[in-house]
Design a protein around this ligand. Structure first.
Ligand SMILES: [Zn+2]
Length: 97
């Protein structure tokens, strides 16, 4: 016997998915939510949210932060830093020192 009961849900866009928790996030929407500036799509979902929660959605905004500051964001892992660095360099930008 299992205590966790999954229920079928339908999100605002009509995607159907199973969730056992109270988390209202639709995994399909989550996947489709591709940001304009391609660099955010290079990241894992937690890392992307970490930037978005800090209102960083463009490389220009990202370049206002140092690597240390970015790493302090909740959800951001060290593995994301090289990707971000590469993305910045591709636009002639870099992290703040
Ligand atoms: Zn959805």
């Amino acid at each position: 016997m299992t205590a966790s009961k999954k229920s079928l849900r339908t999100c605002k866009k009509g995607h159907q998915y199973f969730k056992s928790s109270d988390c209202p996030t639709c995994p399909i929407c989550e996947q489709e939510r591709k940001p304009d500036d391609g660099f955010l799509s290079l990241l894992s979902a937690p890392a992307r949210r970490a930037l978005e929660n800090n209102e960083i959605t463009t490389l220009q905004q990202l370049s206002n932060y140092s690597e240390k500051e970015i790493l302090q964001f909740h959800g951001m892992g060290p593995a994301s830093i090289p990707k971000l660095r590469t993305a910045l360099h591709s636009k002639g930008l870099s992290f703040k020192n």
